[in-house]
Design a protein around this ligand. Structure first.
Ligand code: SAM
Length: 498
């Protein structure tokens, strides 16, 4: 077995080979001043490791100015379905199966290129791809259940089932392509589709996107809040004060990226989203995602995510009271209800015969009456508390569990973890699942398989912690509004309650 230092040497060599190949393909971080260097990086960017912000990523090689072009990747270097299908055999095979989705086709193309080994024109890129992903489709049952929230479990189970179904359908084509047996497995499919969901970038001619060598080394930062605010009613209501405009939302989301394919130079271009000091990590916004979406598509979550939303089941038929779609009814990370949720609750708490006459005020975000506001705030606080009470563990439990899992991930031997086992039932269950609670197992070291599972489990516990924190924040938020409205008559007057 290779030692850690042998592995590091191997990985450095692979990275050097990638950067040299990329330079030969015309990829450059100095697009205005081409150089004949053996690496495509070094003038604006360099590869570095950021243990708490995405692992391997790109850092500024000099002070960078906001808006500066920092990397250009020519179309020829992009791994796209049409690029791979220049290979006649692959093209013919794929074309015989018109029912395949664009994403299935790109997944098959990626596996076909991997199957070519050194014969692939993207070989130096392919060997540098991660070996393992923590996107939801890779979660085992135990890890999925640990999300605790029914809707989140459903999203996770759907991701697992969809991937399996996609694989079953695509297997026929992969057989026809004579792919090696190890590339035909569900495991390989999950690897390839996670590579695609977590690394592709948007291109105008293929909805599956493209794999962008070197450009896919940028780690993620959420888009700036000022670009798009959920409570921006002009955006959501589009003048009618009633229906959010899907086209407008789409157009806003398209702007939330710091890179894009440019026809005039036939290349993917990346721009600095802000000023960066030399040595700082240069980040890219892949789009606006909640933590569950980040977990589903990218396999990580952000502890501070301005786009996080806690969707809660309302137990009321919200459609009867307002025209807001369900996806607009949620709680912000600071505990405040979304504009649409507030509006819906205010109308729901209004007597039926008055609803029509106060509708326009509710839709413009106005409070309806002190009584109405007190009622909905108390109701919402109570509702969040009930939801928290029904979940199997408390926020405090979960926070402790994350600390314990971190310790376990630090320890290489099972022996060292054993003391921690008595502290948590869920932890015992985890080890039982892997048959590690039998006598005589204390000397085992944690296998890579168990470690990967611990990492995925940590993500789910971290996700539910964040979700519970939002519900707790909502209770505090509602209570503070209740206190203010009921105790401060001046405030109530000022706000037009009385
Ligand atoms: C496009 S790749 C970025 C480069 C990647 N770190 C690598 O080593 O190849 C996207 C992946 O990087 C990781 N990542 C990106 N941004 C992150 C962040 N802010 N926090 C944690 N992980 C992040 C996730 O694993 C994600 O799926």
């Amino acid at each position: 077995m290779a030692t850690k230092s042998e592995e590091n040497n191997e990985s450095n060599k692979n990275l050097e080979a990638l950067l040299q190949w990329a330079a030969e393909m015309g990829i450059s971080d100095s697009p205005t001043c081409p150089s004949s260097s053996s690496s495509c990086l070094g003038r604006s960017l360099f590869v570095s490791t950021f243990p708490n912000a995405g692992g391997r990523g790109l850092a500024a090689a000099r002070d960078l100015k906001k808006g500066e072009l920092v990397l250009r990747v020519p179309r020829e270097a992009l791994l796209t379905s049409d690029g791979v299908m220049k290979d006649e055999k692959i093209a013919c095979c794929v074309k015989r199966h018109p029912y395949l989705s664009n994403t299935q086709i790109l997944t098959v193309c990626l596996l076909a290129e991997v199957g070519k080994g050194r014969g692939s024109r993207w070989y130096p890129y392919l060997v540098e791809l991660p070996r393992c992903y923590h996107t939801l489709a890779n979660f085992l049952r135990f890890e999925t259940q640990a999300l605790q929230v029914e809707e989140a479990i459903w999203v996770s189970e759907k991701a697992v089932l969809t991937s399996k179904l996609d694989w079953e359908i695509a297997t026929v084509v992969m057989r026809e392509l004579d792919l090696k047996s190890q590339l035909l497995t569900l495991r390989s499919w999950l690897w390839a589709s996670a590579t695609i969901t977590s690394r592709t970038l948007h291109i105008p001619w293929d909805e599956a996107g493209c794999l962008c060598p070197v450009g896919d080394l940028f780690n993620y930062a959420a888009p700036d809040e000022e670009i798009y605010s959920e409570d921006d009613t002009s955006l959501k209501c589009n003048g009618t004060m009633e229906q959010p405009d899907a086209e407008l939302l789409e157009c806003y989301s398209q702007r939330l990226t710091d890179g894009g394919y440019e026809d005039d130079t036939a290349s993917y271009c990346f721009y600095a989203r802000e000023n960066y000091e030399k040595g700082k990590q240069v980040l890219l916004s892949y789009g606006t995602y909640t933590n569950l979406e980040l977990l589903e598509h990218y396999g990580f979550i952000l502890d501070v995510n301005p786009n996080e939303k806690a969707f809660i089941r309302l137990d009321i038929d919200s459609q009867k009271f307002s025209s807001w779609p369900k996806e607009f009814l949620y709680i912000h990370p600071d505990g405040s209800p979304s504009f649409a949720l507030l509006c819906t609750l205010r109308l729901w708490a209004t007597p039926a015969k008055l609803r029509r006459s106060v509708g326009h005020r509710a839709y413009s975000g106005s409070l309806l009456s002190a009584e109405n506001e007190l009622f909905i705030m108390k109701w919402l606080a109570n509702h969040c508390q009930n939801i928290l009470g029904q979940l199997p563990t408390t926020l405090e439990n979960d926070e402790l569990l994350v600390v314990i899992i971190d310790k376990m991930l630090d320890y290489s031997s099972y022996q060292k973890c054993i003391d921690l086992l008595s502290s948590d039932r869920e932890l015992n269950k985890f080890f039982q699942n892997y048959g590690l609670l039998k006598e005589g197992t204390a000397d085992y070291s944690l296998s890579p398989k168990v470690k990967k599972s611990l990492e995925r489990w940590r993500l789910t516990v971290q996700w539910r912690c964040n979700h519970k924190k939002i519900l707790v924040n909502c209770v505090s938020y509602c209570n503070s509004v209740v206190d203010r409205v009921s105790s401060d008559r001046d405030f109530s007057k000022r706000m037009g309650y009385i």
